[in-house]
Design a protein around this ligand. Structure first.
Ligand SMILES: [Zn+2]
Length: 441
């Protein structure tokens, strides 16, 4: 592995942008300096931002049941194009809840991933509620739990699992929507076939109520909770009061909730079906504000692509369409364009949301910020370069809800694990992704 010098850029280090040169050696950041540096490869970065690579702690990448949609190879290539240098695999249908399933998924990643990756365990359900201690010993420290369909854990099990999370220093990741509210609306709207029915059936109140309950349980047990894919203003308010109560709770939102509302769902129909659903303009703006203020600490993709066929069935029956969108290639550019450039978020809050905070909360050692000794996962961004996104060139499923949108923030160069993986916007990576152990804090 040769050395790389990144010269003349504005480097985001220790919370500030500083003009500095970087030297990368043996996969690590060796120096951040005003002095001249020379590498085997020299990258010119004048007028460019030099930032830590993005980390996505919620991506459905490589479920053996759905390999026609995505796998470690295709997803990690797409991720790199958009400046993502680490992701954490979340199960989709095939559980990761014993040694064999953990080993299988880990080996798949080690064989095919171009970027470093972690793995969440779950889904936690009947057969594995009591395995947190055992899985934790194997090095799995993050567990996905549903408060609602399709894998709803009963309240009494949620409390026990939070207790186990406290004992083992692990964290539960909650899909938080109240099942009784969903049940009521799914039945009430079951005859509707307009494109908004699937969104109206998941009101913000369902999210807020489930967060309140999880937070109360987390506080009582001392367990660690993280709310995934926050979508509403009421949800943000529930998070703020949960934090005030002293519960050990954090949260993430996703780019689609920051860019789209129900109005867009009327136009893009099934291509914007996801769970939780899209909400209103006031919700979208509340999420940006919460990110800027740090109430919501993290942005993830919830990357869960479906094929066009799986989406198109939704034109006649939205209930039948696949719920989920691809997102690993666009997370950073979407936040850069619609948040930073539009003035809704500072560069510092952006970097915290996609790099610093996910590394800290999920305990991903050596990543998340540019510092001497850290992994050399670095993106070099020309802040003025605009690129029209085309998902057909990037994703296995051949589409993205951001198709045709012009965005800034696609990195000119990406260094992943100390090697050039994107050069002049072109993918040139190698499958050197390593498995990372998480240690939530
Ligand atoms: Zn998900």
């Amino acid at each position: 592995m040769g050395s790389i010098a990144v010269k003349g850029g504005k480097v985001y280090a220790e919370g500030y942008l500083v003009e500095a040169n970087l030297l990368v050696e043996d996969g690590k950041i060796k120096a951040i300096t005003k002095e001249d540096v020379k590498g085997d490869i020299n990258v010119k970065a004048e007028g460019r931002l030099v930032l830590p690579g993005a980390i996505d702690v919620h991506a459905h990448i490589n479920d053996p049941g759905y390999l026609y949609r995505e796998d470690f190879e295709s997803a990690s290539k797409a991720a790199l194009i958009g400046g993502m240098t680490t992701f954490v695999e979340m199960p989709l249908v095939k559980d990761i809840d014993d040694e064999a399933s953990f080993k299988e998924r880990k080996e798949m990643g080690e064989r095919a991933s171009y970027i470093d990756f972690g793995i969440h365990a779950g889904f936690m359900r009947e057969k594995n509620y009591n395995r947190i201690e055992e899985l934790s010993k194997m090095g799995l420290k993050t567990f996905k739990v549903f408060t609602c369909r399709p894998f709803r854990a009963p309240d009494e099990q949620i409390i026990r699992m939070l207790e186990a999370s406290r004992k083992t220093g692990s964290m539960l990741l909650f899909h938080a929507e109240d099942e009784a509210i969903l049940d009521y609306y799914f039945e009430k709207y079951s005859d509707r076939r307009d494109q908004l029915c699937v969104h109206d059936a998941r009101p913000a109140e369902a999210e807020a109520l489930a967060i309140e309950k999880v937070a109360t349980y987390a506080k009582l047990t001392g367990g660690k909770a993280h709310i995934v894919h926050l979508s509403s203003k009421l949800g943000v308010e529930a998070i703020i009061s949960a934090k005030k109560s002293g519960a050990d709770i954090s949260s993430e939102t996703c780019p689609h909730y920051l860019v789209f509302t129900k109005k867009d769902a009327e136009k893009l129909g099934p291509y914007l079906k996801m769970a939780p659903s899209l909400k209103e303009e006031k919700d979208r703006l509340a999420l940006w504000e919460a990110l800027e203020k740090g109430y919501v600490e993290i942005v993830t993709t919830d990357h869960a692509p479906g094929t066009k066929e799986e989406k198109n069935v939704g034109y006649s029956d939205p209930w039948k369409a696949w719920g989920g969108v691809p997102g690993v290639a666009t997370m950073f550019p979407v936040l850069f364009t619609y948040g930073y450039i539009k003035g809704l978020i500072s560069l510092s809050s952006l970097v915290k949301a996609v790099s610093v905070n996910p590394a800290r909360r999920f305990g991903i050692a050596g990543k998340g910020f540019i510092a001497v000794g850290n992994d050399a996962d670095i993106i070099i961004v020309d802040p003025n370069k605009e690129i029209k996104f085309d998902g057909s060139k990037v994703y296995k499923v051949g589409w993205s809800p951001y198709d045709g949108m012009s965005m800034r923030g696609f990195p000119e160069h990406v260094i992943a694990g100390g090697e050039i993986a994107v050069q002049d916007y072109q993918f040139v990576g190698k499958t050197t992704g390593k498995f990372i152990y998480q240690k939530p804090s």
